[in-house]
Design a protein around this ligand. Sequence first.
Ligand code: SAH
Ligand code: SF4
Length: 370
Amino acid sequence: MPTETLPRKPRRSLVGLGREALAAEMAEFGAEPFRARQLWHWIYHRGAADFSAMTTLSKPLRDRLAGRYDLSRPAISRALTSSDGTCKWLLRFADGEEVETVHIPEEERGTLCVSSQVGCTLSCSFCRTGTQRLVRNLTAEEIVGQVMIARDALGEWPSPRDERQVTNIVLMGMGEPLYNYENIAAALRIVMDPEGLSISRRKITLSTSGVVPMIRRCGEELAVNLAVSLHAVRDEVRDRLVPLNRKYPIAELLKACRLYPGASNARRITFEYVMLKGINDSPGDARELVRLLADIPAKVNLIPFNPWPGAPYECSSDAAIKAFSDIVFAAGYSAPVRRPRGRDIFAACGQLKSASLRPRRSARLPLPAL
Ligand code: SAH
Ligand code: SF4
């Protein structure tokens, strides 16, 4: 019977299925085991968005697959390019929810900043994403889809071996990745597969606001680079900036960092520190930071605060950032200041949000003074 006359069932996406899940799906479909390997190659190495492109498969098989499965990407609702070359894609999923993905080209590398959730539950007071209520976790398909969209847009198929525009991935977009661990792990296994998207774990950095109980597992199972959003050196300040600190205070967070599997002087943990005028940017704060990091293989990344409409903070002065950086540097840590990228299109750290989301009520209330 020709496929057109079959009753239409909702088609299932194969994107986001790991090797084992894809093999199981193909077994259930009645295809030989090597078909799963062929599909893997077409989907993740060649970037096929359509079964008709899979020329090593017979036409009847392609038609049968297309009748049951789908390879579609999230829709691009808007694409913006900054004057500095940074690209931001607002992506829309089947249920209408949206997230942002950002590509930051640099001379020696290109970094893709990937989102893990629609919104975020954690409401850090300096973060624009935190002003939105969490709608949901992204699925593995939607996380991998962000990388595939970037490869599509940048013309990077088949997965290039060298001269790539997406060399690095940072899980620093919207959401807290360690609150969506299973889907992040499934997606990263696909991203890291050498016969798939083929981006090495050494080029992947997961940033967490400090979900202490998940840190060890992340290191053991994924072995990606860890970045920790520290932002303050005293609990009473961090409690207000990163409310998760009330649950997992600084000492517990740093203990988990000391135990992070695979951290070494060659693979240091990055401590992110957003520079907020008069809040966390004094020379005393810098000295305390150095003391706290004393026995951790660490590097520090100073992030000038990126403003957003209604934000209750200001960025520290250049002089304060320089003085802070000098103190950390003099203690033997690398302490580069992250150059803001894509500010003109609201693509810089902490500026992401999706228009589909309503603000949470608390975001409209004034913040307590520090
Ligand atoms: N939820 C994770 C990852 C996403 S945020 C986390 O918090 O680590 C990525 C980085 O941008 C974090 O270090 C975050 O604290 C920082 N950030 C958030 N808002 C910012 C802002 N307005 N300006 C500068 N950095 C910001
Ligand atoms: Fe969520 Fe990270 Fe923003 Fe905090 S900084 S609200 S954890 S996305």
